[in-house]
Design a protein around this ligand. Structure first.
Ligand code: DX5
Ligand code: ZN
Length: 220
């Protein structure tokens, strides 16, 4: 198992100072940042889109982990690639031709992931694992920060980890929703490679200290 990664979700950061927030993350030695893109259709909330990401890309070297919570994400792949996304993750529930959508992300030179809502079974991605860089296990219903972790997600993470091992795939497991310092270690031991944290990260500055505490929890 490689070193686990923490991807802070900007959803809980200061939207009026995104450039400053990104710089502060980089200064605190974070490597990834998680962008929650919401369209008010797939989820009730609305956040930001490609032009905002593109502007901020120019001044950041962080790995841009882009989580699309939008209907028919296939319509916007080109724009998110052009905006500088390093990884684009689409929801299985948001696109009819999931294989075509993830192939298109890879074809455009981006890493690709599939996110699963809590109630969506793992079988949805079983045939796709060889071509996926990541599967995102949603541990809350997407749309908002600060919700509590849904307990059955633990079983889903271990079952996905077993499925990936069985197939000899290299797919990474990301967990998003209700992640905290308290459950981070357990989630990694169940098989998570990347943890997303919004409220439990940004509400506790300074970021360097928070990041160190997370890494310590994640490395057991
Ligand atoms: C939820 C988003 C998450 C969210 C997590 O729709 O996908 O990335 O920001 O927030 P916390 O960590 O507060 O549950
Ligand atoms: Zn997210």
């Amino acid at each position: 198992h490689s070193t686990p990664i923490l991807s802070p979700s900007l959803l809980s950061s200061d939207f009026g100072n995104l450039q400053h927030e990104l710089a502060a993350l980089e200064q605190a030695d974070l490597r990834w940042v998680h962008w929650d893109v919401m369209d008010g259709r797939f989820v009730p909330n609305i956040t930001f889109g490609p032009p905002v990401i593109k502007k901020l890309r120019a001044s950041s070297r962080l790995f841009f982990d882009v989580h699309l919570m939008i209907q028919q994400p296939e319509r916007y792949i080109n724009q998110f690639v052009d905006a500088g996304a390093d990884l684009i993750c689409v929801h299985a529930e948001s696109t009819v031709h999931l294989e075509r959508t993830v192939s298109e992300i890879s074809r455009q030179g981006c890493q690709c992931g599939v996110a699963l809502n809590p109630a969506t079974p793992l079988e949805t991605v079983s045939y796709l694992l060889p071509q996926l860089d990541m599967v995102l296990v949603m541990s809350v219903n997407p749309g908002f920060g600060g919700q509590s972790f849904i307990p059955f997600s633990r079983n889903k993470i271990s079952a996905l980890s077993a499925m990936i091992k069985n197939q000899g795939a290299k797919t990474l497991i990301q967990v998003d929703g209700g992640v905290s310092l308290e459950n981070a270690g357990e989630l990694v031991s169940l098989g998570a490679d990347i943890l997303v944290s919004g409220s439990a990260f940004f509400q506790f500055p300074p970021y360097a200290k928070r990041y160190r505490d997370y890494m310590q929890a994640m490395n057991g």
